[in-house]
Design a protein around this ligand. Structure first.
Ligand code: BES
Ligand code: MN
Ligand code: ZN
Length: 498
């Protein structure tokens, strides 16, 4: 996608579509006001007649507006002027893009801004614009047969800015937004692909393809024999029932010389049936999304490499399938993890932590400055926070704070849960060093406590994305979260970019 900025009047640009906004009670946004005066009051007239409305999310597409160079004018409702913020901005923009998505628009100009909010950063506005447009146009059609409908042939997006001085930050924001959007599309694709296509081997091949596409990026994939040699018996116990070979994916991006890296670990269970502790049937198909942690860290790596950011990042993905069979791990089985600690597997459906613990131990060799694991780890997390915020648990307050802050500025929000050691007693076992489950109470936290047993001495945070990685129901599909938050976290570590 190409972007440009413009300070000229909306009515003067010969694009295929210009997007303008009107507030409730007939107040016109800057772009709409210009179109209105160029067209001798047509917008105000239509508002008076009730043909267009300021209701947030409504949109009417006008064609051949007199005195306007653009072929179409999408007039979108912005809601109340006083409550128009970033959320409303994205919602209005989404409505406009949906309204014109069946048109033949190649070049569009967006005039929506946050004109009522003092000191909006043009960088974030452009980033949200790029992300929202790409997110609205995203379709997953890979598995549909027949001729695929081509989407809108959009290739150029203009961003109206108030003053020339905003151009630099705006272009930087659109560049970052565009890269984040393509990372989110990759994460969504990997999530939406069915488990018979997106296997551990498929994830490994994707990581290897990315390494071929980007300089400074390397990928290594370990097979089960190599994992056995490393002592990853906890990870291997999860794949025992499956015929799909497990893969251990390691990606390394070097953008900052000899700095200690940020290590991102992603849960890559390409299908979670629960194993012998089999899950109930309804909605079990959604357990193809149990690799969304892996998808998000691989996709974030793609964003970082595309933007050539000055950071060092390692990605570690334990990728397995969790199925029952005659060779599957049974409740009560005890395994020795790579760290040497023994685990009594009381529930084979608590498998995420069993693969992550060996990935966390393996990651010690990178001497991480910080290590963050990302996982669709517990149903309990969905009970605690619902589908709006990712849960953060950490042994380091500064790290937790900067993750939550990155969530706020990228509008990919997170909320911290406690991690007191009292919770860990729920994992006590009569037979091994500890058990892999701690009962229903505080399930998201006891899962994190389990991981915490393997992160001693590291600055570590755990993100439970069970509620935020995908949507159920009619809108079923992966969200691409938390790619924006992770990218923001890494961008913040880069300091001001040249
Ligand atoms: N992948 C699931 C967690 C999950 C469930 C995410 C539903 C999103 C929706 C995980 O492997 C799991 O099964 N966790 C168990 C843990 C329990 C056995 C302690 C759970 O949450 O029920
Ligand atoms: Mn499970
Ligand atoms: Zn799982």
């Amino acid at each position: 996608m190409r972007y440009f900025t413009t300070t000229s009047k909306a009515s003067r640009r010969a694009v295929d579509c210009v997007i303008v906004g009107i507030y409730e009670r007939g107040k016109l946004g800057a772009g709409a006001a210009d179109i209105d005066s160029a067209s001798k009051g047509s917008i105000k007239q239509l508002t008076r007649n009730g043909d267009i409305s300021g209701q947030l999310g409504s949109c009417t597409v006008l064609t051949d507006v007199a005195g306007v160079r653009a072929s179409r004018v999408a007039v979108v409702g912005l809601g109340k002027f006083s409550s128009f913020g970033v959320k409303q901005f994205c919602r209005a923009l989404r409505a406009a893009i949906n309204a014109i998505s069946k048109s033949n628009s190649r070049q569009i100009l967006n005039t929506l801004t946050l004109e009522n909010v003092a000191n909006t950063d043009p960088y974030y506005l452009a980033r949200h614009t790029a992300q929202t447009i790409a997110g609205t146009l995203y379709r997953f059609t890979e598995m549909k047969s027949g001729r695929k409908k081509a989407g809108m042939p959009l290739n150029k997006i203009g961003l109206a800015i108030a003053k020339r001085g905003d151009a630099g930050r705006t272009m930087r924001g659109s560049e970052h937004g565009d890269a984040i959007a393509s990372g989110m599309s990759l994460a969504k694709d990997l999530g939406n692909l069915p488990a018979n296509v997106c296997t551990p081997s498929y994830l490994a091949r994707t990581a290897q393809r990315l390494a071929r596409e980007h300089k400074y990026l390397r990928t290594r994939v370990l097979n089960e024999t190599e994992m056995k040699r490393l002592g990853m018996h906890s990870l291997l116990s999860v794949t025992a029932g499956s015929n799909e070979p497990a893969k251990f994916i390691v990606m390394q991006y070097k953008g900052a010389g000899r700095d200690k890296p940020v290590v991102l670990v992603g849960k890559g269970v390409t299908f979670d049936s629960g194993g012998i502790s089999l899950k109930p049937g309804p909605a079990m198909d959604e357990m193809k999304y149990d690799m969304c942690g892996a998808a998000s860290v691989i996709a974030t790596m793609a964003v970082i490499a595309k933007l050539k950011l000055p950071v060092n990042v390692n990605v570690v993905v334990p990728a397995v399938e969790n199925l029952p069979s005659g060779r599957a791990t049974k409740p009560g089985d005890i395994v020795k993890s790579m760290s040497g600690l023994t685990i009594e597997i009381l529930n084979t459906d608590a498998e995420g932590r069993l693969i992550l613990c060996d990935a966390l131990t393996y990651s010690r060799r990178f001497k991480p400055d910080v290590i963050i694991d990302v996982a669709t780890l517990t149903g309990a997390c969905v009970i605690a926070l619902g589908h709006h915020r990712t849960a953060v648990m950490s042994n380091n307050d500064d790290l937790a704070d900067s993750i939550v802050a990155a969530g706020e500025s990228s509008h990919d929000k997170a909320w911290r849960l406690p991690l007191d050691e009292e919770y860990a007693t729920q994992l006590n076992s009569n037979f091994a060093d500890f058990a892999n489950v701690g009962g229903r109470d505080g399930g998201a936290i006891t899962a994190a406590c389990f991981l915490g047993k393997f992160t001693d001495g590291m600055n570590w945070a755990h993100l439970d994305i069970a509620g935020t990685a995908w949507k159920s129901g009619k809108q079923k599909g992966a969200t691409g979260r938390p790619v924006p938050m992770l990218t923001e976290f890494l961008l913040a570590r880069c300091g001001p970019l040249p």
